[in-house]
Design a protein around this ligand. Structure first.
Ligand code: FEO
Length: 402
């Protein structure tokens, strides 16, 4: 089996999931990897595991680097099942192994794997600043609660300056290459942005805290090795992903507008195209997503990298269409900030769709323009009003945040 050295005596030993297409509602069109890392120093440490069913792949990769029975430590940075699912299976196949994890991770392991022998595991709790010498290399642990689970932790290998970052800085990207500089940079950043939008957007404050902590602890970063996707190993790539995380955590975005809508008899679609026209007339870039044909993960990513987004729906039973309702629920959980937003749509008699969206956007704490609604099929005058509305949005976006 191909061996993947990361540094002297540090190996990628994870698994490639080429075919996963749904990651708790996040459409992973390019699959993913579950990254685990093995350090073969005087003492041997495995950092992180893989998803249930991928244990044999991990074990084969371990055997390519050492006798798995010689592994002394298993560091569990995070207990979500894409990383811990195979650990009960693996622990049975390793020799006696000391498990290191955060206090919250230990508690969660008992709740997750109570039927799978966890009570017999040799678990030591570690916290921020704790160190473990493996011989030549030293591991330093860095708790990062809510980045993105309460138990989340990162492990820093001090001498080669490698940050084993778990879910931070990842991408859902299956590839036979292991490093960001070996694959199309556009694809990597596209997937990194989509991953941030769908998994880490609610946790910008925690991202900023982590970056600050890394600086305060004087942890120089030569390599950032996440638990999904490719590894950032060149100084340019490390700077690129850290800078991107800082910008995303502050909700910085280019001056462009996303129109997110669904339509029933094409009236809301006509409004969308007219608003798009108005935005374009002001020279502002616009992206359009029809919700019954777009992956929610892509639309969430658009909210991350557009300064404004408008949500359109016709009225159905005094409310919005179910596709729009699903999007609004998903978006509320991602807690977007610093965005200009607005609702629009057509209605037949009582209305209610755009009002319901408007209320949802206001509940999210966004800056919300007055909604735009028209009855039945929009007239030429109505469409001219939509064009003007688009121009107003674009004019505000151009100066938004400046
Ligand atoms: Fe990749 Fe939170 O698991």
């Amino acid at each position: 089996m191909e061996r993947y050295p990361l540094k002297d005596d540090i190996w990628w030993v994870g698994a490639i999931d080429w075919n996963v297409r749904d990651f708790h509602g996040y459409e992973t069109s390019r699959g993913t990897t579950y990254n685990a890392y093995l350090i073969t120093d005087e003492k041997k440490a495995l950092v992180d595991g893989v998803r249930h069913g991928f244990g044999p792949e991990l074990l084969r990769r371990l055997r390519g680097c050492c006798d798995p029975g010689d592994i002394d430590y298993l560091v569990i940075n995070h207990v979500e099942m894409d990383h811990s699912g195979a650990i009960p299976w693996l622990v049975e196949r390793l020799g006696p192994v000391k498990i290191l994890c955060s206090k919250r991770a230990k508690d969660a392991l008992f709740l997750l794997y109570h039927g799978e022998g966890v009570a017999g595991w040799d678990i030591t709790v570690v916290g921020t600043g704790d160190e473990l010498s493996l011989g030549r290399y030293t591991l330093t642990f860095l708790e990062a609660p809510m980045l993105h689970w309460p138990d989340s932790m990162l492990t820093y290998v001090r001498e080669p300056k490698v940050l084993l970052a778990n879910d931070a800085f990842g991408q859902h990207l299956a590839t036979s290459k292991r490093f960001a500089d070996e694959v199309d940079p556009g694809v990597v950043m596209d997937e990194a942005a989509k991953y941030y939008a769908n998994i880490l957007m609610p946790f910008g404050a925690q991202v900023q805290k982590l970056v600050k902590q890394v600086g305060e602890l004087g942890l120089e970063l030569d390599t950032i090795a996440p638990s999904h996707g490719v590894i950032w190993r060149t100084s340019a790539d490390v700077a690129r992903i850290v800078d991107a995380y800082v910008a995303w955590s502050h909700f910085e975005a280019p001056a462009r507008v996303a129109l997110v809508f669904d339509t029933r008899w094409h009236s809301t679609e006509k409004m969308t195209r007219a608003i798009e026209d108005g935005i374009a007339q002001e020279g502002v870039e616009c992206s359009v997503f029809r919700l019954n044909r777009s992956a929610l993960a892509d639309v969430a990513r658009a909210v991350l990298d557009h300064r404004a987004f408008l949500v359109g729906s016709p009225t159905l039973n005094n409310g919005m269409l179910p596709t729009v309702g699903g999007f609004m629920t998903y978006l509320k959980g991602l807690r977007p900030k610093e965005r200009l937003a607005a609702a629009y749509g057509s209605y037949g008699w009582g209305g209610g769709g755009a009002k319901q969206i408007d209320a949802g956007l206001r509940e999210m704490g966004l800056t919300v323009m007055e909604p735009l609604e028209f009855k039945y099929v929009p007239t030429e005058d109505d469409l001219s009003a939509c064009v003007e509305y688009g121009r107003q949005v674009a004019r505000r976006v151009k100066v938004w945040g400046t």
